[in-house]
Design a protein around this ligand. Sequence first.
Ligand code: C2E
Ligand code: C2E
Ligand code: C2E
Length: 310
Amino acid sequence: QEETVVQPRNDEKRILSHIAVLEGAPALSEYWSLFETNEGLFNEARTTQAATIVFSLTQNNQIEAIARQIHTLRRQRGSALKIVVRENTTSLRATDERLLLGCGANMVIPWNAPLSRCLTLIESIQGQQFNRYVPEDISTLLSMTQPMKLRGYQKWDTFCEAVSNMMSNTLLPENGKGVMVALRPVPGIRIEQALTLCRPNRTGDIMTIGDNRLVLFLSFCRVNDLDTALNHIFPLPTGDIFSNRMIWFEDNLISAEIVQMQTLEPEQWGKPLLMASDAKPVLNATHDGHAWRRTPEPLRLLNDAEERAS
Ligand code: C2E
Ligand code: C2E
Ligand code: C2E
């Protein structure tokens, strides 16, 4: 018998969009419907099957909720739906973009694409069928965005084990798990001192010392962004602190170096300087999200006794 009934797709031309996507412009045609919230958009989208759905992302804390909505729509409404995420204002981490695409979005439109370009991009996916596999359980996808819960200094063996676990995690992108860099201090700076200048902020950024080297692993950092990341992590130009660097960013090369590192005798492992919790930091500087700022400190030229005498 002949195969029957292709599902009717009379909503193919509809565009359901968060209102922020049009940046204040009214609906562009009878096909457009605008929604005040992603939630409202999602609820209406659950009744569609081939329409275009455009979410708006304005804050990082919306990522997970939008990911869940996209995952539900894609699993329940099928492959003819065209799902788009428009970044408004914020810029997403590459791992966030991968999450949204993994959940079933056809496309993420970056914040720096102007409205006209955004509309062209929406047009470009008309008629498209989504054909990537979307796992039934979203937790697999969510756990990929932050596989390592560690941050900052780790003992040599802990460091090696953490990086090695990351390398053997098959859910993470091949050759896209991060960058490892080994730095040797300039003469006159001990490795323990250099360590006090290394201040990673992002969870998943870890370091260790041993064999007169400081070894950093930066989760999901891409090699072309290494200098940006190092500038976030060190309050001084790294060239002033280190004379030599080696970089690994492919899975098998990182793994090979870790195997090599694991042969280092425990006597050679570095130990961080003991610092009382109220000790003054080596450099009194904080990172404000853009640059390192030194904090000015009041300074008296004379001590109390001399001041009274004068
Ligand atoms: P950006 O600050 O210019 O960083 C560009 C890329 O350098 C990042 O891409 C990442 O691959 C790498 N990178 C920079 N700093 C670090 C770091 O401290 N640790 C690691 N492991 N990698 C780092 P990515 O992740 O795709 O992020 C793109 C942009 O999104 C960033 O550009 C930044 O503007 C923004 N962003 C991402 N995460 C955060 C965050 O936690 N806070 C803030 N304020 N902005 C963020
Ligand atoms: P986290 O990932 O542990 O990052 C802690 C802090 O490191 C951030 O604080 C930010 O000051 C700095 N940082 C990390 N990565 C970057 C980067 O690529 N560029 C710049 N400029 N700074 C970076 P912040 O911004 O207050 O964020 C606090 C937490 O909120 C983050 O902890 C993370 O859990 C979450 N978050 C912030 N932005 C993003 C994002 O774009 N994507 C995701 N998935 N989470 C984010
Ligand atoms: P400067 O402007 O003479 O500032 C000397 C020091 O005063 C700064 O050292 C910092 O410790 C403090 N300071 C001045 N303005 C501010 C401020 O708005 N916030 C904070 N938290 N501290 C401030 P620092 O940070 O090492 O900067 C050295 C020099 O680099 C500055 O000398 C200035 O010439 C330049 N600079 C640094 N950051 C900026 C910036 O954000 N904008 C501009 N225009 N110049 C900057």
